[in-house]
Design a protein around this ligand. Structure first.
Ligand SMILES: O=C(CO)[C@H](O)[C@H](O)COP(=O)(O)O
Length: 210
């Protein structure tokens, strides 16, 4: 299980500061959608240059123009770009085609998906990396997304499929996720918003392996 640290709602300098503090504890680094909107693709390039060994995820959340947005992300230095599961099939296939051409990956964000049939269709289209995602605004409601567990169980049955889990993961909620063996755990605020970020990241890593 890999740790992906999500850089969300931070300034460029804060992103670099966070990575200096905890970058060695995360195998995957995500440049958040809002950060990309604020600073453009240049911040993806800058982070890749400073952290060349990490798997760099540009959280583009593409929902149209799959070819051009995926190309943009990969050209900037991303290893993985995100595409929304509800996008048109053509958007998905174009993003997957560009990724394959360039030896990169597309992570399909399942935010908003309510049935496993869509997951099966995405798999049929060639998607192999998924993100089970409980959105920031969804987290305002109590409880977990009803589909989280069925989605994780279903994804485990698909040959070669890998998945991440994102949304409200912290040292308390992690215990319920570990049994489903996500390939990547995405953690944003619980690390970036902690007073002692390194201690928080270390505790989360401890929960992942322990
Ligand atoms: O949009 C995201 C992933 O697509 C966020 O980066 C992810 O949900 C992490 O957020 P947090 O841990 O703060 O809830």
């Amino acid at each position: 299980m890999k740790l992906q640290v999500a850089l969300d709602r931070l300034t460029e300098e804060e992103c670099l500061l966070v990575l200096n503090e905890i970058g060695d504890l995360a195998e995957w680094i995500e440049v958040g959608t809002g950060v990309i909107k604020q600073y453009g693709m240049a911040i993806v390039t800058r982070i890749k240059k400073n952290w060349p060994d990490a798997v760099l995820v540009a959280d583009m959340k593409t929902c149209d123009a799959g070819k051009s947005e995926s190309s943009q992300a990969f050209l900037a230095g991303a290893d993985v770009t995100t595409v929304m599961a509800f996008a048109d099939d053509r958007t998905i296939t174009e993003a997957l085609r560009i990724a394959e051409q360039q030896g990169k990956q597309v992570m399909i964000d399942l935010l908003g998906v309510v049935d496993v049939e869509r997951i099966d269709r995405l798999y049929e289209l060639g998607a192999r990396l998924f993100s089970v995602h409980r959105g920031k605004d969804m987290q305002e409601q109590s409880g977990q997304a009803a589909a989280d567990v069925p989605f994780m169980e279903h994804l485990r049955t698909l040959p070669d499929a890998r998945f991440s889990y994102a949304g409200g993961v912290n040292e308390h909620t992690i215990a319920r996720l570990v049994p489903y063996r996500p390939d990547v755990l995405i953690v944003g605020g619980a690390i970036t918003g902690a007073t002692d970020r390194r201690a928080a990241a270390q505790r989360i890593r401890g929960e992942m392996t322990g």
